[in-house]
Design a protein around this ligand. Structure first.
Ligand code: ATP
Length: 362
């Protein structure tokens, strides 16, 4: 039976290195939960502790409220799909998938039924008698998935399962894994460094950095409401510019001056008056201001570079700061294409302007 998972103040130290630092969160039954972070942030170490391959230095791990710290890996009933998948080269697709059921001494008829069901789910029924070397990389990975799911694990653990595949296969398998997971309803913990994969697949994401969880939330809030400078820089393309909060206003908003002299209004800030901050603005939140509307607050700049990307047009706008401001405009047929070197005014809505303390996560 699939189960909830609780990580309770889990720390793992290797000598002087704290790989996982007092991490706590709950994963709901049936949830697709992703640990996202760059190399060395501790995500694999955390997953290996959940699998039972490694024991935490302190803290507890619970499955369905029960502490499993002392339970060896093979008794945790987890399905595992790891980077260097090991399917048995000498066994057919059918026998690879049946392996876990045979190890659990299930009856022949039950094995036949359950393996067939999995083969249908991963759409490999017609290849049941092939051997792994006769399959594509993506088909092999579907065998690994089927093999992990057929035992009806309490928790499915996946560590970068798509990293060895080409882009097309990776795209395809992302949605396939997600829809399979929804059908089966198994609690899944997925490790990746690929933010796009995390945003696309997950119910919730824990963004990790230096052994800690920086932010834990649903994908759209991780993207649109980053809580730390690290998350603002790590997830999606962003402009991160040094600035100063000139003054805060009664409604919680603030007037912010960017390095280079341009001024903006932000809807909220926790930075005090006169204090330095890092201003974050998504490129697609910036618009070209309406020249006929002289009262509209706007930022002056010069077009330094234009990148035509088909669906979008990116402008690198010099606003007098160390680095240009990236502006992404939708590539509409009727858009008036700015010209290189021309001056323009940019409109930045206050709700799109976020501020962070320079030292946080820097
Ligand atoms: P990657 O994506 O590169 O696998 P990761 O985010 O999964 O990275 P971990 O493998 O969990 O990171 O490593 C976290 C930290 O712990 C790193 O600094 C790593 O060097 C260290 N570490 C991991 N395993 C060991 C070990 N067995 N002995 C010593 N240090 C280790």
């Amino acid at each position: 039976m699939t189960t909830s998972v609780t990580i309770d103040s889990v720390t793992k130290r290797f000598g002087d290195t704290t790989a996982v630092d007092a991490v706590s969160f709950d994963i709901a039954k049936g949830e697709f939960f992703t640990l996202l972070g760059s190399s060395g942030c501790g995500k694999t170490t955390l997953l290996r502790m959940i699998a039972g391959f490694m024991r935490q230095t302190s803290g507890h791990i619970r499955f369905g409220g029960k502490i499993i710290d002392h339970v060896p890996p093979h008794q945790r009933n987890t399905g595992m799909v790891f980077q260097n998948y090991a399917i048995f080269p000498h066994l057919t697709v059918f026998d690879n998938i049946a392996y876990g059921l045979r190890a659990r001494r299930r009856g022949k008829a039950q094995i036949e039924r359950e393996v067939r069901r999995m083969l249908d789910l991963v759409r490999l029924g017609h290849l049941a008698h092939r051997r792994p070397r006769e399959l594509s990389g993506g088909q092999q990975q579907r065998v690994v998935l089927a093999r992990a799911m057929v035992i009806q694990p309490d928790v499915l653990l996946m560590d970068e399962p798509l990293s060895n595949l080409d882009t097309e296969m990776r795209m395809h398998l992302r949605s396939e894994i997600r829809s399979l997971q929804r059908q089966v309803g198994v609690t899944t913990i997925y490790v990746t460094h690929d933010q796009e994969e995390a945003l696309l697949m997950s119910d919730r994401i824990a963004v990790m950095s230096r052994g800690r969880v920086e932010q834990l939330d649903v994908p759209h809030r991780i993207y649109s409401e980053p809580q730390t400078l690290f998350v603002a820089g790590f997830i999606g393309e962003n402009n991160l510019l040094p600035g100063t909060v000139l003054r805060r206003e009664a409604d919680g908003g603030a007037i912010i001056e960017l390095a280079g002299g341009g001024r903006l209004r932000g809807a909220s800030t926790t930075t005090g008056d006169g204090r330095a901050c890092i201003v974050s603005i998504r490129p697609q939140d910036i618009d070209i201001a309406d020249a006929s509307n002289g009262t509209e607050p706007s930022l002056a700049g010069t077009v330094g570079d234009i990148q035509f990307l088909g669906g979008a047009v990116k402008l690198m706008v010099d606003i007098g700061a160390d680095k240009p401001l990236t502006v992404a405009l939708p590539g509409r047929r009727d858009m008036a294409m700015p010209t290189l070197g021309s001056p323009l005014r940019l409109r930045v809505p206050a709700h799109a302007v976020r501020t962070f303390q320079p030292e946080a996560g820097a």
